[in-house]
Design a protein around this ligand. Structure first.
Ligand SMILES: NC(=O)C1=CN([C@@H]2O[C@H](COP(=O)(O)OP(=O)(O)OC[C@H]3O[C@@H](n4cnc5c(N)ncnc54)[C@H](OP(=O)(O)O)[C@@H]3O)[C@@H](O)[C@H]2O)C=CC1
Ligand SMILES: Nc1nc(=O)c2c([nH]1)NC[C@@H]1CN(c3ccc(C(=O)N[C@@H](CCC(=O)O)C(=O)O)cc3)C=[N+]21
Length: 299
């Protein structure tokens, strides 16, 4: 790429607004034709700053799309049995079609146990072992919202991903691993990098697609990006800059913008798409639970 070339900035905020518009139209149709209103329950235990960022936007957007939003805020010292009892109630509640338990949970709670207590039909995060297994075996699943949003932006930008070299940096259950599964499902050649990877710069330089989900501010440098590559920055890191608190990604945006063909900004990239995909999954869950065909917004 020429030195003066700048990457296209992928506008996740606008993309998400379009998706939410389509979801809103489907919700209205569901109401008119079937007298159904999708409902999303969000369970927040304690006060985690990253979770607070997420929950703030989510409740508003759920209601804006015409869905019901049920918020359950529990104290940090909530007992496992009380949290499990709440999940059992939500599983049984016909007005609730999606259940999201904000992660991370306080240390005394076993998040695997809690997540797997969610009815897989209502598991709009796609974190239960049943949905993880379905995704890994190519069966119809609830797909984790963040990777789903990333895939939508990649498909929009690149069309067919077949044979492209994709590097996912990070191997968490909520982002890195499901992202790798989705890319594999889309026929990319997938490398998963993590904290033990040797020469991450060289691994990234080989990639047509870099998805960064590390949680380290601006760790991925501009000259690690192959000219013209597509860069999806999942990282949400709060840092102090010039005496102000700001959000930055895992990619050095200013450095990468001169190398990449396209790049997502932080904020305004993956984050808004994650919430839009949560709404899409809630709508899909509502249709499936009620024996209706998948909505046009499902994948
Ligand atoms: N925009 C959105 O919608 C969302 C954003 N996020 C953000 O994405 C980021 C990642 O989140 P999450 O996946 O939950 O994070 P985790 O902390 O669970 O996972 C981080 C991963 O990065 C790897 N890693 C750590 N250091 C390095 C390094 N120096 N080189 C290479 N790999 C490294 C870790 O490797 P190892 O496994 O070896 O320890 C791990 O696999 C965070 O900033 C988070 O806030 C998360 C969810 C949604
Ligand atoms: N069960 C569960 N599921 C999750 O999907 C989940 C979770 N737990 N725990 C926390 C992480 C983090 N996460 C974010 C989603 C959107 C934004 C987001 O909307 N970000 C805006 C910035 C908002 C601002 O300006 O503060 C943006 O990037 O533009 C951020 C973070 C979902 N997560």
């Amino acid at each position: 790429m020429d030195a003066d070339k700048q990457a296209n900035i992928i506008d996740g905020k606008a993309f998400a607004a379009r998706l939410r518009g389509r979801i809103g139209a489907e919700v209205a149709r569901l109401k008119a034709e079937h007298d159904l209103t999708p409902g999303l329950a969000v369970v927040l235990v304690g006060e985690d700053p990253a979770s607070a960022v997420y929950v703030r936007n989510k409740g508003i957007q759920t209601r804006e799309a015409g869905m019901n939003s049920f918020e359950h805020k529990l104290p940090a010292d909530t007992k496992a049995e009380d949290l499990l009892a709440l999940i059992a109630r939500l599983n049984a509640d016909p007005a609730v079609h999606g259940i999201l338990v904000q992660l991370p949970l306080p240390d005394h709670l076993d998040s695997d146990l809690v997540i797997n207590a969610i009815d897989p039909a209502k598991d709009v995060d796609g974190f239960t072992i049943l949905n993880v297994g379905r995704l890994g075996t190519g069966q119809s699943a609830m797909v984790p919202c963040t990777p789903l949003g990333c895939l939508m932006m990649l498909n929009d930008r690149l069309g067919d991903l077949s044979g492209l070299n994709a590097v996912v940096v990070g191997r968490s259950n909520i982002v890195g691993k499901p992202m790798a599964q989705l890319l594999l499902g889309a026929n990319a050649t997938v490398t998963i990098a993590h904290s033990r990877t040797r020469d991450l710069a060289a691994v990234c330089r080989n990639a047509d697609i870099v998805v960064a989900a590390v949680g380290r501010p601006e760790m991925i440098k501009g000259d690690w990006i192959k000219p013209g590559a597509t860069v999806i920055d999942v990282g949400i890191n709060r840092v102090e800059r010039d005496g102000k608190s700001r959000l930055v990604g895992d990619v050095d945006f200013a450095g990468a913008v001169g190398h990449a063909g396209a790049i997502t900004p932080v904020p305004g990239g993956v984050g808004p798409m994650t919430i839009a995909c949560l709404l899409a999954n809630t709508l899909t869950a509502c249709c499936r639970i009620n024996g209706l065909a998948d909505p046009a917004t499902s994948v």
